[in-house]
Design a protein around this ligand. Structure first.
Ligand code: GLC
Length: 598
């Protein structure tokens, strides 16, 4: 695995009292330097006017659509398949299609199966509250009728229709918000555009200003005046675009669309909220207005080979995780060149949507978990003095632990769609135990509603669950001589992964976690790490037992068993990890895992 990284400065006060001033990350040659594309990751404050972001802030779930000329290639060019994000197929990092050849694709673009109403209905059935679709991507092709540039779906294709008119209308019919993705910096086919030709058709040098004045600004005016009310204008990859250009675009959006938000990738921190990195679902609560953008498989645009769909349960796990961290989840579909949508993708979205329709109160207009991280058994969303426990791993013992919560539960109910049954709760010291039936009522995710007399207050310290496997990520660890950094890499081109890892384990250096053990006893300890060759790991309990073992390693992050550790009584412990022998310089620890021995 080669690791590409993004330099980012996180001034985030982690919920466990850890202040993580900066997660500087190393850059590795050979990987595209994406920080200039996505911009620095800064926690934005809430949009000044909450009304402006209401659908975003309360809807919490949206459909992203990547659809363009590239969709008709589906990542296959002259019989060769290029693996990675399909909307980059023209780029040198993928097929490297010359501009003139790429433009000819428009001659055959005839999406006769595009059905705006069906797509809006799918978003509605999926439980999504608005749609953001590519008006113009990095390739420069406008998927709407543009007077500013004739390289667009009406003027340049045999189909000759404007799908955005129909989709905007269909969204309004379905009561959904509508917004546009617009690549404002990169334009690979227009003279002067970012990554585009540096001369015009007559061979005269073209500047970014030429592109901005002749195409970018007029098109942003078009998409913010010709399609009715807009929820979001989703600018992307600002790169090194000078600030005054971004300011002008933001001004145009806010003037023409007072109800619209500008995405966190506008550049120069001029967006109205924060957009995280591609395909990133955070594991610590993020303050302010923010979104995760993810895709139903591994590519934003359609790729013929990509059948790696997220299941309904995986969709719900990632949606709930985003909402429970306090954010919005925008999940992408990539229609084919003919405009049709994969039946597998649509089915998974609808099944997840059926669950949301049974439990809308868990997803919409709620706040993040007071623990500010997930639980081993699932996650928590909150509405005032009510907690919604979304249980993915149902406790066979019939006891679900709610750790370190000050208030007693006034009422506990197991939700069964609109019905519910009462549950008993028992306080055990600092924790509350919810008595649940042996069998989970829902096949995907079961929901327990806890009502308190006041807004519950908790201690967010991590806990070892006595039943569900507990993963303590390095993101929560304290460091002593070990480096802790954010790391991003691409599986296939453009398919981004992100973790925080511990590395450079010097002598006597360790990572450690403060953790509450709810039930004493033996726990199987494993480590999730990447590295080279055999490594010797040491895991110890401060003032208690320690174990040491040698395991092999892999260039992929893999979980290796280290051995059993005994926690003699319930209570608070500090567990530390050291890497003692082997190619320690290449050891990269992602998490420590605990599984109660039953
Ligand atoms: C990245 C990609 C772009 C994609 C976007 C989706 O910026 O460059 O192709 O549209 O992520 O978030």
């Amino acid at each position: 695995m080669r690791f590409g990284v993004v330099v980012c400065l996180l001034a985030v006060i982690l919920p466990l009292g850890l202040v993580c001033e900066s997660l500087a990350v190393e850059k590795v040659a050979g990987q595209p330097d994406m920080d200039h594309l996505w911009g620095a990751r800064v926690v934005k404050l809430r949009a000044e006017d909450a009304k402006r972001g209401q659908l975003f802030d309360q809807g919490n779930y949206a459909m992203f659509i990547h659809w363009g000329l590239y969709s008709q290639l589906g990542n296959k060019v002259d019989g060769e398949t290029y693996y990675g994000i399909g909307e980059w197929i023209m780029n040198q990092r993928m097929a490297g299609i010359p501009i003139a050849e790429y433009k000819k694709l428009a001659n055959n673009f005839n999406p006769v199966d595009f059905d705006a109403r069906a797509i809006a209905k799918l978003a509605r059935d999926a439980g999504m509250k608005y749609i953001v679709i590519t008006a113009k991507h990095h390739d420069g092709f406008a998927m709407y009728e543009s007077q500013a540039c004739d390289f667009n779906i009406v003027d340049a294709t045999p189909w000759g229709k404007d799908p955005m008119k129909d989709l905007a209308a269909a969204c309004r019919e379905q009561g959904l918000g509508f917004g546009f993705y617009y690549s404002h910096n990169q334009d690979w086919t227009f003279p002067g555009g970012g990554g585009g030709p540096q001369v015009d058709a007559s061979g005269k040098p073209a500047t970014f200003d030429d592109y901005f004045e002749k195409k970018c600004l007029p098109q942003v005016r078009e998409i913010t005046t010709q399609y009715g009310p807009i929820e979001i204008v989703w600018f992307d990859t600002p790169g090194k675009m000078p600030k005054h250009y971004v300011e002008k675009l933001v001004e145009v959006v806010h003037k023409n669309q007072p109800g619209a938000l500008v995405s966190g990738r506008a550049g120069h921190e001029l967006g109205d909220y924060q957009t995280l990195g591609d395909m990133e679902v955070p594991i610590v609560n993020v303050d302010g207005l923010w979104e995760s953008v993810d895709t139903t498989n591994d590519s934003w645009a359609y790729a013929w080979y990509d059948e790696n769909w997220k299941s309904p349960k995986q969709i719900l796990e990632r949606l709930v995780a985003c909402v429970a961290r306090g954010g919005t989840y925008m999940l992408n579909i990539g229609p084919r060149g003919d405009g049709s949508v994969s039946a597998r993708c649509a089915t998974a979205l609808r099944h997840a949507g059926d669950w949301i329709a049974r439990y809308p109160q868990v997803i919409y207009d709620v706040q993040g978990s007071p623990w500010k991280h997930s639980m081993p058994w699932g996650d928590v969303t909150q509405k005032d003095n009510v907690l919604f426990l979304t249980v993915f791993e149902w406790p066979a013992s019939g006891e679900l632990y709610l750790p370190n919560i000050e208030q007693d539960v006034r009422e506990a109910r197991l939700l069964l769609g609109s019905d519910s049954t009462e549950l008993l709760c028992q306080r055990r010291g600092k924790h509350v135990v919810v008595q649940v039936p042996a069998k989970a009522p829902e096949s995907l995710v079961s929901v327990i509603k806890l009502t308190f007399s006041e807004k519950p207050t908790v201690d967010p310290v991590l806990t070892l669950d006595p039943e569900a496997m507990t993963e303590l990520a390095v993101e929560f660890a304290d460091v002593n001589g070990v480096k802790k950094s954010e790391k991003r890499w691409m599986e296939k081109f453009g398919e981004w992964k992100r973790i925080v890892h511990g590395h450079e384990f010097g002598a006597d250096a360790d990572l450690s976690w403060e953790v509450d053990v709810l039930v004493p006893g033996e726990y199987q300890v494993s480590l999730n790490y990447a590295g080279e060759g055999r490594l010797v790991w040491h895991v110890g309990i401060d003032g208690g037992e320690s174990i040491q073992n040698q395991q092999d390693s892999s260039h992929n992050y893999q979980t290796f068993p280290i051995g059993w550790l005994n926690f003699p009584k319930n209570g608070r412990y500090r567990v530390s990890v050291q890497c003692l022998e082997g190619d320690v310089g290449k050891a990269s620890l992602h998490a420590i895992l605990f599984d109660a021995v039953r």
